[in-house]
Write a protein that binds this ligand. Structure first.
Ligand SMILES: NC(=O)c1ccc[n+]([C@@H]2O[C@H](COP(=O)([O-])OP(=O)(O)OC[C@H]3O[C@@H](n4cnc5c(N)ncnc54)[C@H](O)[C@@H]3O)[C@@H](O)[C@H]2O)c1
Length: 366
């Protein structure tokens, strides 16, 4: 198969989908790999490193899209890239379509087969391509939250770890999956008081065993959430229903009960956000205020640590890219994990949670 790896054009997105070793693997399975000039520059991978592993370097975005049977990239296509997609082409990347009806419509019209990293799912519910990015986003969420709690950035001016004789900062994490657990690991490590909330009893049990007395676990009922956010310094939104729009956990009226300068990091903003007042932001202007509460809502958080995130992502996606390229679209969809990753195919939505979120019909892949 001919595989195209474009340079990412989203603002402050420094990742690239494939490493030189990944190119070598794809080549050793007989595939042709076209990499856009400079695609790896954000994470210090020069064109010659790709060439040495067998890639053909192409000068333009347009050429990569025109030559490839499968576009293998990191983030969802932006409007200028959508025009380059064509019928029957495979698009393999993060997509987050439940939060983007406009892009969904374009992909349906174009007749592409869009396989979303974030909905490739094993039988046991595990999301192997989302996990490494959620690990990074979870860890970053506390790092960024601590920064925006500083007075100079408009925060409450509290040190998360406190000092002897003074209270620690209070971190409330809503959603105790991969993001939530990684956020808790860093927050506990910084010496904060940590509460992790979830609706899944088994997950709360797991987290309780893992963190012991260094973090509290709590059912994510409306009342518990309301009480917890009133005294929080940092709130991390980390809920997910795979493929669907994020549920709204914190409403605008809830902000009034929170203390001025509290920071919310809504990691779930890529799925629409779990805070009513969230909207996506970028790394160069990541925070906005609503009723005195700082909202950090960057939808591509790992993009800013590309040395970690490019390799983390590429290690996870490559086995699936190899499978899709080796079997072709019709063969790959026989793999149930990949089938769950397919969001749009031949002009139809094929993921039930996406269809439900957008109120559109679903033609499920058998
Ligand atoms: N902003 C970014 O750059 C970035 C990067 C990576 C991941 N994410 C996003 O972070 C979110 C979390 O990802 P994850 O990998 O941790 O997912 P996950 O599936 O591992 O965990 C989600 C958790 O949310 C819980 N949950 C679901 N509904 C809930 C509710 N109503 N109340 C409380 N808990 C609820 C689930 O039980 C689960 O434990 C996703 O939206 C993901 O796309 C964003």
């Amino acid at each position: 198969m001919k595989i195209g790896v474009p340079k990412e054009i989203k603002r402050q997105e420094y990742r690239v989908a494939v490493t030189p070793d990944g190119v070598g693997e794809l080549r050793s399975h007989g595939h042709e790999v076209y990499v856009e000039q400079g695609a790896g520059s954000g994470c210090s991978i020069g064109d010659t490193l790709y060439e040495d592993c067998g890639a053909v370097i192409l000068a333009s975005h347009e050429e990569v899209f025109a030559r490839a049977d499968m576009i293998y990239k990191v983030k969802e296509p932006l409007p200028e890239e959508c025009g380059l997609l064509r019928q029957g082409q495979i698009l393999f990347s993060f997509l987050h379509l439940a939060a983007d009806p406009g892009l969904t419509e374009v992909l349906l019209e174009k007749g592409v087969s869009a396989i979303a990293f974030e909905t490739i799912q094993l039988e046991d519910g595990h999301l192997p391509l989302l996990v490494p990015m959620s690990e990074i986003a979870g860890r970053l969420s506390v790092q960024e939250g601590a920064k925006y709690l500083e007075k100079g950035f408009g925060g409450r001016g509290i040190l998360l770890g406190g000092i002897p004789g003074l209270p620690r900062g209070n971190v409330v994490i809503i959603g105790g999956g991969t993001v939530g657990m990684n956020a808790a690991t860093i927050a506990v490590g910084m010496g904060a008081r940590v509460t992790i909330m979830d609706i899944d009893k088994a997950r709360l049990q797991f987290l309780d065993n893992r963190f012991g007395p260094s973090a509290d676990t709590l059912y994510a009922t409306k009342g518990n959430i309301r009480r917890c956010i009133e005294t929080a310094d940092l709130v991390i939104g980390a809920v997910l229903i795979p493929g669907a729009t994020a549920p709204t956990i914190i409403r605008r009226q809830d902000l009034k009960s929170m203390r001025e300068g509290t920071v919310i990091v809504d990691v779930a903003v890529d799925q629409g956000g779990c805070v009513e007042t969230s909207h996506p932001t970028y790394h160069d202007d990541p925070v906005f205020l609503v009723d005195g509460i700082a909202h950090y809502c960057v939808a591509n958080m790992p993009g800013v640590v590309p040395i970690t995130s490019t390799w983390g992502l590429a290690n996870a996606t490559l086995p699936y890219a190899l499978k899709i390229a080796g079997l072709g679209m019709e063969g790959a969809m026989m793999d149930s994990s990949i089938a769950r990753g397919i969001n749009v195919h031949q002009g139809h939505i094929t993921h039930p949670a996406l269809a439900l979120s957008l109120g559109l019909p679903c033609r499920k892949i058998p």
